[in-house]
Ligand binder design. Structure first.
Ligand code: SF4
Length: 234
């Protein structure tokens, strides 16, 4: 079925909010988010390319009705309260009346964000927080509570349900607040923002900014300067 044009679009003249996808980077590694946010680095590797390929279908904006459920693709979302904007890969919607028309937003009964991820079915808290942030945006936009969403894992072609518990909501909102602090620090005139320290771990091997970040070399440098400092403190 050919998707129709999206009836919902972001309003104009809104202050520049944070990109929702940065939240995932931030929870994966604060240094990675800072390298993107402060220094503007954007590098691709096999993992990012694969992720983009998986998102290709979901990036085709529009909507369709499947099995009585309205499915929005690439839906623009935002939250004025959280200073956030982005896009949902998929939002599933049901309406109080049987018509399931995308123009009957006032009759919404149920909304569920679905995020596409490469790889097998595995739980990552950064993915859950990204999905939860999408739900927080949708709740503000549509004024209805959203209890759960789902991550679609492309490699295993399986969905993982995510419940938006009070703990996940609190963790997500705290991370968004911390990300705003990082952004604020990067915008103080005349100041040179400090990048968070590099801490090498296995996840670094999949990071597209590995060559720029050089976590092994930087970590050694940090350790050397710590040891040198200690020598002079004694
Ligand atoms: S290489 Fe590791 S420390 Fe550096 S930005 Fe990526 S995940 Fe963070």
């Amino acid at each position: 079925m050919k998707p129709k044009a999206n009836p919902v679009s972001a309003t104009e003249n809104r202050p520049e909010p944070l990109q929702l996808s940065l939240l995932n980077d931030f929870l994966y590694c604060r240094r990675r988010a800072a390298l993107k946010l402060i220094e503007g680095w954007r590098e691709a590797n096999e993992h990012t390319v694969l992720g983009e390929l998986i998102h290709e279908h979901a990036d085709f904006a529009g909507y369709e009705v499947a099995k009585g459920v309205l499915v929005w693709r690439a839906l623009p979302i935002w939250s004025d309260r959280l200073g956030l904007s982005g896009k949902c890969d998929i939002v599933e919607a049901e309406f109080i009346s049987a018509s399931n028309s995308a123009s009957e937003i006032s009759k919404l009964k149920f909304l569920k964000p679905v995020e596409y991820k490469k790889g097998k079915r595995r739980r990552f808290s950064n993915d859950d927080a990204q999905l939860c942030a999408q739900a927080l945006c949708l709740e503000e936009m549509f004024g209805i509570p959203i209890e759960r969403g789902a991550i679609f894992h492309a490699e295993s072609k399986r969905r993982r349900e995510v419940e938006f518990t009070p703990e996940l909501r609190a963790m997500t909102e705290q991370a968004i607040a911390d990300l705003h602090v990082l952004l604020g620090q990067s915008q103080v005139p005349g100041s040179i923002p400090q990048l968070p320290r590099a801490l090498y771990r296995p996840a670094c091997e999949e990071c597209s900014l590995f060559e720029i970040c050089m976590p092994k070399a930087i970590e050694n440098e940090q350790a050397t300067s710590r040891h040198a400092k200690r020598l002079y403190e004694i």
